[in-house]
Write a protein that binds this ligand. Structure first.
Ligand code: NDP
Ligand code: 2IT
Length: 448
């Protein structure tokens, strides 16, 4: 059988087994299509049925999360953890709390995480979890009640050498704190079972900044490969949470100008640039007051685009940092028409397949999520190392390690792309480099 038909047959089997899970199938399809040239050469992967094995989570956990709201009513949410692949190390990946969370979303995220973690150069397997709980509009007390109930069940499945969750959408320092407290109480152990902890009790410097900084470091490598720099580049950024915030901080440090932010209600456009002072307002608005981005436009007198994403704004570089499928084909065409030459994905799978195809076909600098946003989980890996040693590195040390990891990720992707005759195609490069590392490890470890 040709590599193409092997991949087609594998994909059909995955479709059959995972009906009604479009996001998961979207992520699987992209990876399988990218690795066709590998499959053409490596029949040992086919003989060991690696394609089907890698698409099947090692373990899937679903549970009821009952909790009491401030009015005394009992609420019920659904909790999940997908322990996808442990060939390279303990399962590692975030927890997402958002009303849209379901098995399809978490399986796409867990699947991506396998290859992303492989690219970090650290020993981490892939997993993801979360809940359809919506932290929006809830009091701190309600969030704590939910987190304690969620961890009461999750604790029996995780551990510092087993599975190490972290944050994602809707899970930041507050939620990690509540969950860590409950884990410690139930297990009577103080270990590095979660990352993204606060500094006082085992967190790592630079972890809050890591995804955004890393995404910009990755973009900087793409620019450097073309002899360019960020100086004077106009950048659009979507989202206004953790990833968006620190993407903008690093863009400012490197001499670029970020002009947009968004949330699920709309986008702001500030042609003067979101400088350090305005960014401090955003951090307070989003992380403490938990308000809407529209307030930025009211405060600084700039344009607010209700219900719109920021991709209509002319830019040199775009940093999608909100959620999956937030750039569709039309958005991609608009970006390209307006002269955008670089897209670095802070969010997971923010571009639809058609949008991604448009970026690749136009040969712009395109950093796919599993490479460009790997700085977050990489720094989680550094937090695990510090916890294991019971030591803490300085800000400079962690930042330097993060920067070097992002350079290494870029090089791995660029080299894999070149090796398989796809010079500059970092989507194929990331998928191939990540896949080969995991598949080789699975082969070594036998039929498990
Ligand atoms: P946050 O919860 O801090 O922020 C999420 C932001 O995205 C908010 O502004 C939110 O707006 C917006 N958003 C979320 N869902 C939607 C939606 N369906 N439509 C429109 N806007 C939406 O999350 P993070 O910044 O941590 O995560 C952002 C992205 O980055 C996600 O794709 C995540 O998977 C990815 N990522 C995160 C990492 C991390 O370390 N945190 C690491 C790697 C990737 P609103 O408040 O209105 O919901
Ligand atoms: O998507 C991701 O890589 C994350 N949300 C971070 C995971 C982690 O374990 O730090």
């Amino acid at each position: 059988m040709s590599a193409e038909s092997i991949i087609q047959a594998a994909y059909e089997q995955v479709v059959k087994r995972n009906t009604g899970e479009p996001e998961f199938l979207q992520a699987v399809r992209e990876v399988l299509e990218s690795i066709e040239p590998v499959i053409a050469k490596r029949r040992d992967y086919v003989e060991a049925n690696i394609l089907i094995r890698i698409c099947e989570p090692e373990r899937q956990i679903m549970f009821r999360v009952p909790w009491r709201d401030d009015k005394g009513n009992v609420q019920v949410n659904r909790g999940f953890r997908f322990e996808f692949n442990s060939a390279l190390g303990p399962y590692k990946g975030g927890l997402r709390f958002h009303p849209t969370v379901n098995a399809s979303i978490l399986k796409f995220l867990g699947f991506e995480q396998i290859f992303k973690n492989a690219l970090t150069t650290l020993q981490m397997g892939g997993g993801k979890g979360g809940s359809d709980f919506d932290p929006k509009g809830k009091s701190d007390n309600e969030v704590m009640s939910f987190c304690q109930s969620f961890m009461t069940e999750l604790q029996r499945h995780i551990g510092a050498d087993t599975d190490v969750p972290a944050g994602d959408i809707g899970v930041g320092g507050r939620e990690i704190g509540f969950m860590y407290g409950q884990y410690k109480r139930l297990r009577n152990e103080f270990t590095g079972v979660l990352t993204g902890k606060a500094l006082n009790w085992g967190g790592s410097l630079i972890r809050p900044e890591a995804t955004g900084y890393g995404c910009v470091y990755f973009a900087d490598e793409m620019l450097k490969a073309k002899g360019e720099s960020f100086e004077g580049k106009v950048c659009t950024v979507s989202g206004s949470g953790n990833v968006a915030q620190y993407t903008i901080e690093k863009l400012n440090q490197l001499g670029a100008k970020a002009v947009t932010l968004s949330d699920s209600n709309g986008s702001i456009y500030d042609p003067a640039g979101i400088d350090a002072e305005k960014l401090a307002f955003v951090l307070e608005l989003k992380n403490i007051r938990r308000g809407r981005i529209k307030e930025y436009a009211d405060k600084f007198g700039c344009e607010y685009m209700e219900g719109k994403r920021p991709w209509g704004v002319k830019c040199d570089c775009a940093f999608p940092s909100a959620t999956q499928n937030e750039i569709d084909e039309e958005d991609a065409k608009t970006l390209l028409k307006n002269g955008c030459t670089l897209v670095s994905e802070g969010a997971n799978m923010p571009s639809t397949p058609e949008a991604a195809e448009a970026f690749v076909a136009n040969k712009i600098m395109y950093g796919p999520a599993k490479a460009a946003n790997a700085g977050g989980v990489a720094t989680s890996g550094l937090e695990m190392s510090q916890n294991a040693m019971r030591l803490a590195w300085s800000r400079e040390e962690v930042d330097e390690k993060l920067h070097n990891i992002m350079i290494a990720i870029h090089n791995q992707c660029a080299e894999a792309a070149e090796e398989y005759g796809q010079l500059g195609n970092l989507v194929m490069g990331a998928n191939i480099a990540g896949f080969v590392k995991v598949a080789d490890s699975m082969l070594d470890q036998g039929v498990v």
